[in-house]
Design a binder for this molecule. Structure first.
Ligand code: KIV
Ligand code: ZN
Length: 520
């Protein structure tokens, strides 16, 4: 096969837009920027950075990505109206390569009940929206929302019209995750045959996972001519999520017999690191059996499998952990490894730390190495997210004492530093964590609603670091995530709660008024 016959499937990452619409996701602007930089390193072609009209924080996150993230095209979402499109255009102004993605629903149920518009009105709005978007950029994507429950004849008509108006990418959303792979493939094939001017546009897939078909549907789309896939890291997204980027990319990569002349621009060795970063920052724990990036994806337990792997790896492994960047994950550091080895490992893991950040992280590493013999990559990632990437510390947990046991009422006392002030409180609770949280609430005078609480062992063994993630809600309904890491799980829990309160206070001080998105 010649190099010229190889075609690229564009990877359009919508982790920061559709992914962020996951119930409970609450990324700050700086966290979004950090993810966007990592997506650029991963090699995605397009980053959908946000939906600028939906809130000031969405606008700002999109604007900063456009200004600071180099490499991928930066895209912003807009409904088919003037206000949305000019907000998207404005937010994207600084991008060296920019795209506006405009959409309007085309299915009978959406047009009748949601939009209360007739098909000819919808068609007119779509054409006007694309023309408007073209005033900001030559790169315009159009989505007929709920395409897979739309009438095909109407899709042919509206898609032909938007191409004529200047759309360069046609995205075909299975908005409610309804269709099966064969059906989705057929829709793409029919559009390719029946839409006028389709050879001038890229066809894109956008599949949701309500029936667990998002990856299979996207790949069926690719087999039938789509050359862009919209997806998210770890498959996060609205309801059951979107197609998972790592699954799409590794399927194309691993099944070259099936996708013979197709490739992506993804550096697969960055997949694991990106997946971990998104999980840490969103607070969405990855299920252990998740394809490609789950903790067990490359673990072999049964004797027969282990024996087979030792004799010939391919007996039970279709990909290697190295391909997704897991090669060093079992490299162990300890107290005597030294600063140089530690810094080197951080660099290999993709962290670009300043001198000051290295110093903080290294001191924490030494403290941990006193308590724990072997330090794994996951421990280092936890230290960096807990200590180095911490927000401004309005409150610092200085002291925590918890008493609990069979037949006793759990009680906790805390001492918290707030600038020059020392705040103290003691409280009882249903359990040790509840008691500690009540004491923290009393000491700080802050009482956000606790939305969710989860704890996981970062690595294995009884000396493992425990990482707690909490999600709280302030009185305006805005959510904040907090994380805490310690070998003591009650301390990790208390640190996570204080971290979330610090993020809430920081956002309130900055006057950031991002509200939960209710626009789509
Ligand atoms: O699922 C969907 O229909 C969307 C559109 C906005 C493209 O996310
Ligand atoms: Zn979607």
């Amino acid at each position: 096969m010649t190099k010229d016959s190889i075609e690229k499937v564009l990877i359009f990452d919508t982790t920061l837009r559709d992914g962020e619409q996951s119930p409970g996701a609450a990324l700050s602007i700086s966290e979004k920027l950090e993810i966007a930089h990592q997506l650029a390193k991963l090699g995605v072609d397009i980053i959908e950075a946000g939906f600028p009209i939906s809130s000031p924080a969405q606008f700002e996150a999109t604007r900063l990505c456009a200004e600071q993230v180099q490499g991928p095209v930066i895209c912003a979402l807009a409904r088919a109206n003037e206000k949305d499109i000019s907000a998207a255009g404005k937010a994207l102004q600084a991008a060296s390569r920019r795209r506006i993605h405009t959409f309007i629903a085309t299915s009978p149920i959406h047009m009748e009940y949601k939009l209360r518009k007739k098909p000819d009105q919808v068609l007119k709005m779509a054409v006007e929206a694309v023309k408007m978007a073209r005033q900001f950029t030559d790169d315009v994507e159009f989505s007929p929302e709920d395409a897979c429950r739309s009438e095909l004849e109407f899709l042919y008509e509206i898609l032909s019209a938007v191409i004529e108006a200047g759309a360069t990418t046609l995205n075909i959303p299975d908005t409610v995750g309804y269709v099966l792979p064969y059906e989705y493939g057929q829709i793409i094939a029919k559009l390719k045959q029946n839409v006028k001017g389709i050879e001038r546009a890229v066809i894109s897939t956008h599949c949701h996972n309500d029936l667990g078909m998002a990856t299979a549907n996207s790949l069926a789309g690719v087999r039938n001519g789509a050359r862009q896939v919209e997806c998210t890291i770890n498959g996060i997204g609205e309801r059951a999520g979107n197609a998972a980027m790592e699954e799409i990319v590794m399927a194309i990569h691993t099944r070259q017999d099936f996708f013979a002349n197709l490739t992506t621009g993804i550096d697969t060795r960055q997949i694991y690191r990106t997946s971990q970063l998104v999980s840490q920052l969103t607070g969405f724990v990855i299920q252990p059996n998740k394809a490609i990036v789950g903790k067990n994806a490359f673990a072999h337990e049964s004797g027969i499998h282990v024996d087979g792997i030792l004799k010939k790896r391919e007996t039970y492994e279709i990909m290697t952990p190295q391909m997704i960047g897991l090669e060093g994950s079992r490299v162990v550091l300890g107290r005597h490894s030294g600063r140089h080895a530690f810094v080197d490992r951080c660099r290999q893991l993709g962290y670009n730390l300043s001198e000051n950040e290295v110093e903080i992280a290294y001191q924490k590493f030494l403290e941990l190495a006193d308590r724990k013999k072997e330090i794994f990559d996951e421990d280092i990632a936890a230290i960096i997210s807990d200590e180095v990437r911490a927000v401004e510390q309005t409150y610092q947990l200085e002291y925590l004492l918890v008493a609990c046991g069979t037949g006793t009422i759990p009680t906790a006392s805390v001492r918290i530093r707030a600038g020059q002030e020392t705040l103290q409180a003691a409280a009882c609770g249903d359990g040790p964590v509840d008691a500690a949280y009540e004491a923290i609430r009393q000491a700080t005078g802050k009482a956000p609603k606790l939305d969710s609480y989860s704890i996981r062992a970062v690595t294995e063994g009884k000396d493992a670091l425990g990482e707690t993630t909490v999600r709280i809600q302030n009185e305006n309904g805005r959510r904040f995530i907090g994380r805490g890491v310690s070998t003591d799980i009650i301390e990790a829990s208390a640190k996570a709660y204080v971290d979330a309160i610090n993020r809430m206070v920081a956002a309130e001080h900055n006057g950031s008024t991002d509200q939960p998105k209710a626009v789509l």
